[in-house]
Design a protein around this ligand. Structure first.
Ligand code: FAQ
Length: 324
């Protein structure tokens, strides 16, 4: 059930007399002091909406993000790899749950958010619309996709909205294990046969550019960044976080023994940062707008999960009502 909107009194209650200017001032002072906004606090409607949008997209990404790796659960090459992958995929489900809970503190309704995802009225990360063709893809998702997620999400542990920031702390701890398990898997394959090394290189070639796109459009084409940073929801622009990811990943690729598929990658000696080639932004737009390799399949599976399991929710709701 939706909580009442926080910037107006609940229906039927006159509420205490409040001075809107004073509330706005208090909100701005909290942001300026780098303190957290909590669910009980007044907040501007734009701030609330931006948070619901970002947190919901993030939650949807975690849930849809279970699918590409989940496809390999029945074909993991050993019991150990299967146990690790199962734990990782379950972690992603947990992340989705924390994030939907954070969205609920803002008055959003979880079932409504799921409907919006399925009806394509809300987005999820572009990265999960690419197929996992071999087991090396599981390693590369851990290394590159979870690696990108860490770069993007560690600053969100300091996000100005308390429930989101606190959810991100636990999520980031788990993501860092995910990244390491991916790297360890790839290291093992790189020490294997020529065929295994070729599988790893092929997976890196396919996932590198989509991983860079995860950070979103360049800052000058990002409609939300400036306001989100002013509100302390996002702490850095998309380009800065993308650059941090490249700087972190290039040395790891060298240790692994793979080549990143970008002939323009060069170290800028003056800044110590890696310059990279042009990103095909039309691909990101295509995938976001629904035309990626797996968009239809991902949504169809999420829709089936909602519809086939509706009886569980109904039974649990009826049971809770009976015992209330
Ligand atoms: N894909 O103005 P901006 C993970 C949209 S979780 C799809 O820059 P913003 C864990 C954007 O929403 C991965 N859409 O937007 C895992 C906006 O659309 P809207 C998810 C994208 O919000 C690992 C429009 O374009 N992580 O990987 C993308 O300021 C392995 C304009 O963009 C998060 O959600 C994209 N790549 O910045 C799970 C982190 N990029 O809403 C399983 C939290 C942009 O106006 C396995 N989110 N868009 O219609 C964020 O940090 C931000 O929301 C950004 C986008 C950086 C993603």
């Amino acid at each position: 059930m939706s909580a009442p909107a926080l910037d107006r009194p609940a229906a039927g209650s006159p509420g205490p007399a409040v001075d809107p200017a004073a509330l706005q001032q208090q909100f701005e002072a909290t942001i300026a002091a780098d303190h957290r906004i909590e669910p009980r606090d007044w907040m501007p409607e734009g701030y609330r909406k931006t948070l619901v949008r970002q947190i919901a997209q993030h939650a949807h990404s975690e849930i849809i993000g279970m699918q590409p790796e989940g496809d390999w659960l029945l074909a993991a090459p050993s019991l150990r790899r299967k146990a690790v992958l199962l734990a990782k995929v379950q972690d992603e489900a947990g992340h989705g749950m924390y994030l939907y809970s954070a969205a609920e503190t803002l008055g959003a309704d979880r079932a409504d958010l799921t409907d919006k995802l399925i009806e394509r009225r809300q987005k999820y990360s572009s990265i999960f619309n690419y197929p996992t063709l071999t087991y090396a893809d599981v390693g590369v998702i851990g290394w590159l996709v979870d690696g990108a997620a860490i770069c993007n999400q560690v600053p969100l542990c300091r996000s100005s909205y308390g429930p989101y920031a606190r959810a991100m702390i636990r999520i980031c701890k788990e993501e860092s294990f995910h990244q390491r398990q991916g790297y360890e898997l790839l290291m093992t394959m790189m020490r294997g046969t020529d065929e295994q090394r070729a599988m790893v290189q092929d997976a890196v070639d396919r996932w590198w550019w989509p991983s860079l796109m995860m950070f979103g459009p360049p800052d000058d084409e990002s409609p939300n960044s400036a306001q989100s940073m002013a509100w302390g929801i996002k702490r850095h622009g998309n380009d800065e976080l993308r650059q941090r990811f490249v700087d972190m990943t290039v040395p790891q690729a060298k240790v692994l023994g793979v080549t990143l598929p970008d002939p323009d990658l060069t170290l800028d000696e003056a800044t110590g940062r890696w310059r990279f080639g042009a990103i095909d932004w039309s691909e990101l737009q295509r995938v976001i707008s629904g035309d990626g390799p797996c968009n239809a399949e991902r949504i169809a599976r999420r829709r089936a999960a909602r519809d086939d399991n509706a009886w569980v929710t109904e039974a649990a709701t009826a049971y809770a009502a009976k015992h209330a």
